[in-house]
Design a protein around this ligand. Structure first.
Ligand SMILES: Cc1cc2nc3c(=O)[nH]c(=O)nc-3n(C[C@H](O)[C@H](O)[C@H](O)COP(=O)(O)OP(=O)(O)OC[C@H]3O[C@@H](n4cnc5c(N)ncnc54)[C@H](O)[C@@H]3O)c2cc1C
Length: 361
């Protein structure tokens, strides 16, 4: 295993911005990952675990510590009757994993097709799309815990211990404490459609009508990838980190206030953009951040020098070429401030900032 110094991180992220890592290493086994953590501990270095770099933004000044990239990318499928147990390395590209399951006709994660990043990153972020999320099929993960006191000891986190919620898990927000090594997922063999699309934003019935037959997992995958391409939400289309902001959850009172504000500003727009809010089981409302931004200057296709907003998706900030992290951070901040000023709602960032991120003036 080779420890490198001053490695540029921008090419390892989908936004393509940011400085260098003081130290950098790729781990191809649990033992190598453990060795990397020992290296950092001996030098009192902070650690950042990098997956596919699709949900982060690295500071222009880089990361003054060790960047560890898990590269374990093996996958094993075990068929047990109707059930398929998949054990997959954290470094495997998430979409390669999904493609392989769809090819084999396994049911469970096909709705999560076309999303960039690795299996490790998918678990940390509890990646989700079209009403499905990684935690739906997740069973457990093998993890190194830097604070366990036992060097190299692998902890198994069962699903209940992972505190999964919307775009979140126990593994996020803890700055390199955990290294996810591999994960297990429970899938089903085809013909045993146990995975429910009910309440799912993907319309399986409409696809069946269009195709004239019951869609296979491959059909669902192709349809999802097409939908994502149309929205510019495949990594190869724009240099972005996907949605920059989470969808906010607000109380019923705040929702009523938001409706009133939107209608007073532009009632026709409010009507045209429905549905933009979804009532939750606890009485709160999930709002479309893109709807809130529609009332600001920050709309699809917005351009500010080297940065802008995707022409196809209001929430995707893009690097138009030669952007710096500070340019993107300034735009993100201005978008947050604009929505807060109009609606009194602060959009929370989905994209994680790594290192000392500054804002361009
Ligand atoms: C075009 C585009 C579309 C997107 N669409 C979606 C979408 O529909 N739904 C969605 O949920 N997300 C979406 N995203 C965001 C992103 O793809 C996901 O959040 C993805 O799961 C991030 O994985 P990653 O490997 O790139 O993680 P990174 O960005 O590299 O890292 C994200 C976080 O995970 C941690 N991490 C990564 N690997 C490990 C590991 N092995 N052990 C411990 N910690 C780790 C990092 O330290 C960091 O905190 C999109 C992004 C892009 C660019």
């Amino acid at each position: 295993m080779k420890f490198q110094e001053h490695v540029s991180l921008a090419p390892l992220t989908t936004l393509g911005v940011g400085g260098a890592a003081r130290f950098f290493v790729e781990a191809r086994s649990s033992e190598e990952a453990s060795e990397a953590l020992a290296f950092a501990r001996a030098r009192a270095l902070p650690v950042f675990v990098l997956g596919g770099g699709s949900n982060i933004m690295i500071a222009d000044s880089g990361f003054d510590g060790l960047v560890l990239v898990p590269r374990m990318a093996d996958v094993i499928f075990e068929e047990q009757g109707d059930v398929v147990l998949a054990t997959v390395g954290a470094g495997m590209v998430w979409d390669d994993f999904v493609a392989e399951t769809a090819k084999r006709g396994y049911v469970g994660i096909e709705c999560l097709s076309g999303i960039p990043g690795t299996v490790g990153g998918a678990i940390v972020a509890n990646l989700g799309a079209y009403g499905a999320q990684a935690s739906d099929t997740f069973i457990s993960a093998d993890v190194l815990d830097r604070e366990s006191g036992e060097e190299g000891a692998i902890r198994v986190f069962e699903k209940d211990a992972c505190n999964f919620s919307y775009h979140d898990s126990i593994f996020s927000h803890v700055g390199g404490r955990y290294v996810v090594l591999r994960a297990r997922f429970k899938l089903y063999r085809s013909g045993t459609s146990r995975f429910s699309y009910q309440g799912n934003r993907f319309n399986l019935e409409a696809l069946a009508t269009e195709l004239g037959h019951e869609p296979t997992q491959g059909d669902v995958r192709s349809a999802i990838v097409k939908m994502r391409r149309d929205k510019g939400m495949l990594a190869e289309i724009y240099r972005s980190a996907g949605s920059f902001f989470h969808l906010p959850f607000v109380s019923a009172e705040k929702y009523a206030e938001t409706v009133a504000t939107a209608r007073s500003l532009d009632a026709k727009k409010e009507e045209e953009l429905r549905p933009w809010a979804w009532e939750q089981s606890d009485g709160s409302y999930k709002l479309a951040s893109g709807f809130l931004l529609e009332y600001s200057e920050f709309q699809r296709g917005y351009i500010r020098g080297p940065v802008g907003i995707s022409p196809k998706h209001t929430l995707a900030i893009i690097n138009r070429g030669n952007a710096r992290t500070a340019d993107i951070a300034a735009l993100a901040r201005d978008m947050q401030n604009a929505v807060e000023k109009i609606f009194g709602i602060r959009l929370e960032r989905e994209v994680e900032y790594i290192g000392e991120v500054e804002h361009a003036q």
